[in-house]
Design a protein around this ligand. Structure first.
Ligand code: GLN
Length: 209
């Protein structure tokens, strides 16, 4: 995918496991753009919001004057993939948020933070996600959120064996509770890059460039 036709994928680089996403994209021949300011946001075709700590990422997005530009691009249909804290950032409604915590929104779901317990309760498991991959995805759950309500326009992408929803999509916004990028799992990123490429082919590149 190298060269001028490759979609330009940004990784929101305010906080969290930015490096792991950059390396996973490199594994599939994509050079990621680090996004810390609006000028960088304006030049990408799709954005990954990494895992980390959603309440901190929210504060930093506002301090860096990125909160409203991010909301605008997401509402305009820019493809976005949120993993773990990134899913929390994309949820229209966050349960167990800290006081004053906001999300960008984009996916009509209720997401509960830290639903699987503390850092010590982290686990690795195969996650079934038939529209992303034929065989279960390798996934790490680290203080992960769970999706407790799925709105009418939202597609369930991934579930645990017990039925809990851990991956959702609404339009071009995709959110997953878990971390494929720490497992050497590239198929979620490949799925996302295809989504971005299709969006560029149908909608064209951002007019701001
Ligand atoms: N519990 C974290 C939060 O609320 C998310 C953890 C993660 O991204 N690994 O943001």
């Amino acid at each position: 995918m190298a060269g001028s036709t490759a979609p330009r994928i940004g990784v929101l680089a305010l906080q969290g496991d930015v490096r792991e996403h950059v390396l996973t994209l490199r594994d599939i021949d994509i050079d990621a753009v680090l996004v810390r300011r609006q000028s960088e946001l304006d030049h990408i075709d799709g954005l990954i919001i990494p895992g980390g700590e959603s309440s901190v990422m929210d504060k930093l997005a506002r301090i860096f004057d990125l909160f409203d530009p991010l909301r605008r691009r997401i509402s305009e249909g820019m493809p976005v993939l949120g993993t773990c804290a990134g899913l929390i950032m994309l949820a229209n409604n966050v349960l167990d948020a800290i006081d004053g915590q906001q999300s960008l929104g984009g996916i009509d779901v209720d997401v509960r933070r830290n639903a699987f317990g503390a850092q010590v309760d982290s686990f690795e498991v195969g996650v079934s996600a038939p529209s992303i991959a034929d065989t279960p995805l390798a996934a790490a759950f680290i203080r992960a959120p769970v999706v407790e309500r799925v709105g009418p326009g939202v597609e369930v992408l991934a579930q645990l064996d017990d039925g809990r929803v851990v991956g959702v999509r609404q339009g071009n916004a995709v959110g997953i509770s878990f971390h494929p990028e720490v497992e050497g799992e590239t198929r979620v990123h490949e799925f996302f890059v295809r989504l971005v490429a299709e969006h560029v082919a149908s909608a064209g590149r951002s007019a701001r460039r």
